[in-house]
Design a protein around this ligand. Sequence first.
Ligand code: SAH
Length: 353
Amino acid sequence: MSLREILTAQISAQGPMRLDDYISMCLLHPEHGYYTTRTPFGAQGDFITAPEISQMFGELIGLSLAQAWLDQGAPATFTFAELGPGRGTLMADALRAASRVAGFNEAAQITLLEASPALRQVQAATLHAYAPKWIDSTEALPEQPTYLIANEFFDALPIRQFVRDGTRWRERQVGLVDGTLAFGLGPAQPQPALAHRLEDTQDGDLIEDCAAAAPIVATLSARIATHGGAALVFDYGDWRSVGDTLQAVQDHAPTNPLTAPGRADLTAHVDFEALLKATAPCTPSRVTPQGVILERLGITQRATALAKALSGDALESHIAAHRRLTHPQEMGNLFKTFGIVPKGAAMLPGLEI
Ligand code: SAH
């Protein structure tokens, strides 16, 4: 049975599905899920992420976290964690750059949160020199200093969508019309958890809610507040956005989220307000555009140094990669970042103001 047939049978038997359940099945179904069955990143895949565009991204992040480690007294053992590491490229680039910081790599215990067995295998191959360990949830992060990165992880977590109807909300669902998957709206119901969204929306507005995100940020913030450490989160999104941001991408082109279940990547904008609220026991930085932090961390100097060894097509693609990561009309503004450190600790380099 294909995933479409499985979904159709389930909806026929049980009625329309919540959008978060639909997204979970599309991304992580054990046999047919998008992440569970393929390695979708890079020029050959469906989409390309910042660490796959250039080694400079992971290098600068590794150095920022290594500086935070020095600032906090260089603890002798710590967790160096990544949420949703993809092909392991970011972590490998970060560790290569951080190896210049004496003692950092020796003290780091590499810990990866990854739901996909196929991607765990790719990560194992990329990072074999560093003996990584995998965990199934942030609760399993060891009770010790924790330095953590997440790039394009939170946008892959399932969302629900609600359309405002007076002071109540109608949930967007996946149902069937003539046997074909189709969006519909459930009955208007009160949603106490969305009370704050009555302030900034009008009748008919659509908003999104990612229930899984805040508990993850709360858990890692608790580790960092208790034991020390820092986290850097990169993703695309905004502060409390309004409107449908669910996006399906297949072969570098947008597609309808319902036409190819399990074969297209599904993501949604991250609500940075919700993530920042969950950092409570720590100090968060401002939400800062990706282009701004990369410039502050010295990407142009690094790009210039790397360019010296390049010529021809390799030089052109290096220059294009620098632009793509930082230019406001490319990833520089749509993607944003924030850092977390324990209260009273120095903020991560690049995020001090
Ligand atoms: N950080 C990588 C990959 C981003 S894609 C990069 O920048 O290239 C999202 C990653 O998160 C994938 O590795 C995917 O398998 C993983 N992922 C998605 N949902 C997850 C979940 N619920 N739990 C753990 N990992 C998840």
